[in-house]
Design a protein around this ligand. Structure first.
Ligand SMILES: [Ca+2]
Length: 172
């Protein structure tokens, strides 16, 4: 299962990396925003804002990208964990985000990746991510990505399988 997922992600990564070891932060954002409901204007605003905010273009390595996609597969669990922080619709800080990812997935995302995610999604610029800023948008992406594509059945099964596999790994 793990090999299959890695292979699929490698294809998506290579489409942007063109043989380099890392993709740009901008490309990373493009992949994430690919299946969202954002219109063209909103989409451009996300990318422009990111360009303004990223001081050093370090790039996103395949490992960072893969870990983030694994985390997206656990988005529902993360949303539940996040709700503990956001009961009064309070947004979460980078360290809270990092901790919640660790709780849901068992692994940590790199500091640079989290910086980049906040640079993309922190709509009001307060340095925190609210449910609306992040989960609401990524949830739609997952939903649509799996639903509208011709491969949707395969993806659903794949995702289901991944979830099952991860639960088993966690309970061992
Ligand atoms: Ca914010």
């Amino acid at each position: 299962m793990d090999n299959l997922q890695t292979e699929v992600l490698e294809l998506e990564f290579n489409e942007f990396s063109k043989g380099n070891v890392a993709i740009t932060e901008n490309d990373f954002a493009k992949i994430l925003l690919r299946y969202t409901y954002l219109n063209a204007e909103e989409y451009d605003a996300y990318l422009e804002r990111l360009m303004d905010r990223v001081k050093v273009e370090r790039g996103i390595t395949f490992e960072e990208f893969r870990d983030f996609c694994r985390f997206l597969n656990n988005l529902e669990d993360f949303a539940i964990a996040m709700r503990m922080y956001t009961l009064a619709d309070r947004a979460i800080s980078q360290s809270e985000f990092s901790r919640a990812v660790k709780i849901c997935t068992g692994f940590s995302l790199s500091k640079h990746l989290i910086d980049t995610v906040f640079a993309i999604f922190d709509d009001n610029g307060d340095g925190m991510l609210s449910y609306r800023e992040f989960i609401a948008i990524m949830k739609d992406r997952v939903h649509r990505g799996f639903k509208s594509s011709a491969k949707s059945e395969g993806w659903d099964a794949f995702r289901h399988c991944m979830k099952h596999e991860m639960k088993q790994t966690q309970s061992k």
